[in-house]
Design a protein around this ligand. Structure first.
Ligand code: M6R
Length: 619
């Protein structure tokens, strides 16, 4: 939440910062701001709303400055106003700061500083931080006779020792016009190492087109950057040797190309995302999956008698699919918990429990803290993450990278289906270690390999799904019903729809409908019903009958072909008949498209839905 990017180099900073901000906008889009350091003073511009609102005034100003910091905000403390937008300049005009995170004790800090006569201009927690650093900086300069660099780094450390909460910050100082400073705790921060330039950002996507060489900062680290160099120290002023990683994606991966929205682009990238999730991950005999990065001996894995999956939002839904598939095919008891609940609940765990955290971004604060809590208690934690080098990926004991490519749309699509597909591969892998036969393993591997082609078949129905979405776009409530592994897809369908179209939607296990939600059924509340061919197919049909009997419109998603009674639904979306392990992925595509086209019909901003941000890095 909130995106920050800073630049120091030989080029004009402003256009580079604007481009970076645009790429980071999915992290928050309540306001945007940019400050450059020029002729000993800060020139700052801020606008509420999108980065686009900032572009014109910034380009018109045509600053020649080669040093600047910028920010796109997801409001936490203080309303969406220009005064609350970042960068924040300290009361004495010496420091400018951009901040991602939350300073929890900012009120106490603010009170103390106000008592010393320091005036505040905003309602933000971030302004308390910049004023606190500036306060100590002035003291350092007065008392110690240190250089500006030494004084500022010392002031920063003193301030950071005092603050409670999380931060990823970028700082400029009028006394250090050739330098930029960054620090992190709990919020991501990465250095982009360029040629004759260095950057600082919350996310590597901000560096697209400039550099693929990056240094991920860890909590408690402080970076001091010039255009040619950078140094990293920890909070105790000890030097840290940097490790430079190279990011592998191309700039095009983060571009819209010919698509009108990232959400649609990412929906259509799913055949490739699923292919990438499988690449090199099947055994030579074709009977099981293999994962290079688990860092756990198969004999040890064989001893596991319980798995706990942790995640948030859409990732939590993929955990639920994992529960159905792993319990069925590997016969290992699985529990799924919201990471936000787990981290404070002090749940008793058995010593043979394996923990999996699932996160597209690898930065979701609740998932990260849940992972830390599980590790603190001595459990082995593996992760399923998309973003390589993210904090969750770096801090866990091993795991599986999704390789879905950058997901920019706030509504997760391709990352979800890749997680679900990986869950199916994991069920196979764990199953083959236990009671699953060679021939069943072969069958499942073959089924999994067919998934990309089948997803493409569902995508061929886009026009049909668009027409259905438009037909029901004016409705104000939706129900999504599914049984077994379709239940998490019902939850996901409901989340996708409410997230991008703002229609109230609920997902339920189909049979639960009769215990309450049936009261919602009316001609104004369509139901999306999953009716998959299985031993409980007839039960799913019976649920659809019950809705029809109460005049509720039904959109059926089915793999039953002609076995689905045509007059039972107002609209039918057919998906190919597939092995059960592939069904959840296939059934996800129609609900994603339904949400996308419903949102378009309602003139909603699909890529940047109101109040949301892609990466939830505050609690
Ligand atoms: O990056 P993560 O997978 O950890 O994100 C978790 C949720 O914030 C995320 O899935 C959210 O629910 C999406 N906006 C759903 O589309």
């Amino acid at each position: 939440m909130c995106g920050i990017i800073g630049y120091i180099g030989k080029q004009k900073a402003s256009p580079i910062l604007l481009n970076g901000l645009q790429r980071l906008e999915y992290r928050g889009y309540d306001s945007a701001g940019l400050a450059v350091l020029e002729k000993g003073q800060f020139n700052a511009l801020k606008r509420t709303g999108r980065v686009e609102n900032l572009r014109k005034p910034v380009l018109a100003a045509d600053s020649q400055a080669r040093l600047g910091i910028s920010h796109t905000r997801w409001a936490t403390h203080g309303g969406v106003t220009e005064a609350n937008a970042h960068p924040h300049v300290s009361w004495d005009g010496r420091l400018a700061l951009v901040h991602n995170g939350v300073i929890e004790n900012y009120k106490a800090i603010k009170r103390e500083l106000e008592a010393k006569g320091i005036e505040f201009k905003s309602e933000t927690d971030s302004e308390a931080l910049v004023n606190l650093i500036a306060y100590f900086y002035n003291l350092e300069l007065k008392e110690s006779g240190k250089s500006h660099k030494q004084a500022l780094l010392q002031a920063l450390r003193t301030a950071l020792y005092q603050v409670e909460g999380t931060y990823g910050i970028g700082i400029m100082c009028t006394d250090l016009p050739e330098h930029m400073i960054g620090a992190r705790k709990g919020s991501p921060l990465v250095i982009g190492v360029g040629k004759g330039e260095n950057l600082l950002a919350s996310d590597v996507t901000a560096f697209a087109g400039r550099t693929q060489n990056v240094v991920y900062l860890s909590d408690g680290q402080i970076a001091y950057l010039s255009e040619e160099d950078f140094e990293i120290t920890n909070i105790d002023a000890e030097t840290v040797s940097p490790h430079i990683d190279t990011i592998s994606w191309d700039i095009e991966d983060a571009e819209l190309g010919a698509y009108p929205h990232y959400m649609l682009k990412e929906i259509f990238e799913q055949p490739m995302a699923i292919e990438n999730a499988m690449r090199g991950r099947f055994s030579q005999d074709g009977s099981t999956a293999q994962f290079g990065g688990l860092n756990i001996d198969p004999r040890e894995l064989r001893q596991i008698d319980r798995i706990l999956f942790l995640g948030c939002g859409t990732a939590w839904h993929s955990c639920l699919v994992a529960e159905y598939l792993i319990e069925k095919y590997a016969r290992i008891p699985v529990e799924v918990e919201y990471a936000s609940e787990f981290r404070y609940r002090n749940a008793p765990l058995d010593k043979n429990t394996l923990v999996f955290t699932v996160s597209q971004s690898g930065e979701t604060i609740d998932t990260l803290e849940a992972q830390r809590e599980a590790k603190r208690k001595g459990y082995r934690v593996l992760g399923i993450t998309n973003v390589v080098g993210s904090t969750i990926a770096r801090e866990n004991d091993g795991g599986i990278y999704q390789h879905s490519g950058p997901e920019i749309g706030v509504a997760s699509t391709k990352a979800f289906t890749a997680q679900v597909h990986i869950a199916a591969m994991l069920a196979l892998y764990l199953g083959r270690m236990r009671d699953m036969s060679f021939s069943e393993g072969i069958q499942i591997v073959n089924a999994l390999k067919k998934a990309p082609g089948m997803v493409a078949q569902v995508l061929n129905q886009t026009e049909h799904i668009k027409e259905i979405a438009e037909r029901f776009a004016e409705k104000s409530d939706y129900l999504f019903l599914g049984r077994q592994a379709m239940f998490p897809i019902a939850l996901e369908g409901a989340l996708k729809l409410k997230e991008v179209s703002y229609i109230h939607a609920e997902g339920y296990p189909a049979a639960e409908m009769k215990h309450g939600p049936i009261a919602l059924i009316s001609p104004e509340c369509p139901t999306v019903a999953f009716a998959m061919k299985s031993e409980i197919f007839q039960k799913s049909l019976a649920n659809v009958q019950e809705i029809r009997a109460r005049k509720g419109p039904v959109i059926a998603i089915t793999d039953a072909g002609k076995d689905f009674p045509a007059d039972l639904a107002d609209a039918v979306i057919e998906i190919p008949e597939a092995h059960e392990v592939v069904q959840p992925v296939l059934a996800s595509i129609p609900v994603q498209l339904l949400a996308y086209y419903t949102a378009l019909a309602r003139n909603c901003d699909v890529d940047k839905p109101r109040n949301l941000a892609k990466s939830v890095t505050v609690e």
